[in-house]
Design a protein around this ligand. Structure first.
Ligand SMILES: [Zn+2]
Length: 305
């Protein structure tokens, strides 16, 4: 009996360590994919992010250590739609799952003949990548299928609660002030969903340099329309937005720096924006407060921790 008890103890002690060592590895290009993937995966799949906090996926160049991580992963998941511009060849070689391919083309916005990749800015649209992501996890860990499917339903419910909260919050901004002035054009889906107008210094990618002429014409518009604030982005140098604020102030309108938005990457651990929901909650709160609205109370269903 004692022997059996010891054997049982030993097997119990071994189970978590073995599970961790043996669970397959999923490498996601961006945190907005990795976070819901990790929530759905639980202990069944290890999930990692390639392009971390503060890094810009449009211009990200893989480092030698990244190539190793890409090779070691059991599956790589990317958004596609042109987001991971310089990773395209590497992703093709690793046979990455491209979640953007599953999004209804009619739901995509176009900019200069290319699809706008920033679909995570609309939680109802980002919810559309969850089934493909869950299927990928289930392929890697078929024994966990039921649990992953149940957690997928939880995620879909959280995304819906997030969307309702964001709408309530943003609609508290007086209509004439619902203008989102940012460094690059990452907010078109956000704008479409929540009836906010967007103005940006750069287009949907950040590969070109900001233009002085564009800054000048935005400054004139911001002054004429008395736009309350302009926002910097955590993945971009704030220089262009600062230049815009100065140019607007020299025209006699006190354009405020409205705070930092998480456009193309999650925040650092502990920032509160280190999860997909946290990122959107942070952006909506920052925008609502800077433009004269009041954020709604956070629903418990968001389950932010
Ligand atoms: Zn972007």
């Amino acid at each position: 009996m004692r022997v059996r008890f010891m054997a049982l103890l030993a097997s119990l002690a071994l189970v978590p360590a073995m599970a961790a060592a043996e669970s397959p590895r999923l490498l996601a290009t961006i945190g907005m994919i990795a976070d819901p993937a990790a929530r759905m995966a639980g202990d069944c799949v290890q999930v990692e992010t390639l392009v971390g906090p503060g890094l810009d996926p449009h211009v990200y160049q893989p480092r030698p250590s990244d190539i190793e991580r890409l090779r070691a992963a059991d599956r790589v998941v990317a958004l596609g739609l042109g987001l991971e511009g310089r990773l395209g060849d590497v992703l093709a070689r690793t046979g990455a799952v491209i979640l953007g391919d599953a999004v209804d083309p009619d739901a995509l916005l176009q900019a200069d003949g290319s699809p706008d990749p920033h679909i995570w800015m609309d939680p109802t649209l980002w919810s559309a990548v969850l089934p493909g992501l869950a299927d990928t996890l289930i392929e890697l860990a078929p024994d966990c299928a039921d649990r992953i499917t149940a957690r997928r339903a939880d995620e879909e419910a959280r995304f819906a609660a997030l969307d309702a909260w964001a709408e309530d919050s943003l609609h508290s901004i007086p209509e004439a002030q619902r203008v989102l002035l940012t460094a690059h054009d990452a907010f078109a889906y956000f704008a479409r969903r929540y009836e906010v107008e967007t103005l940006a210094i750069q287009g949907i990618s950040t590969e070109s340099e900001p233009s002085i002429a564009v800054i000048d014409s935005l400054a004139r518009e911001a002054a004429e329309r008395a736009i309350p604030a302009a926002f910097i982005e955590t993945t971009l140098n704030p220089r262009a937005v600062r230049a815009l604020i100065e140019a607007t102030q020299s025209r006699g309108h006190d354009l405020a720096q409205g705070g930092a938005l998480y456009s193309d990457a999650l925040g650092e651990p502990g920032s509160g924006a280190d999860s997909y929901l946290g990122m959107i909650v942070s952006n909506v709160t920052t925008i609502t407060e800077a433009l004269g609205g009041t954020p709604a109370a956070l629903p418990e269903a968001l389950d932010l921790d």
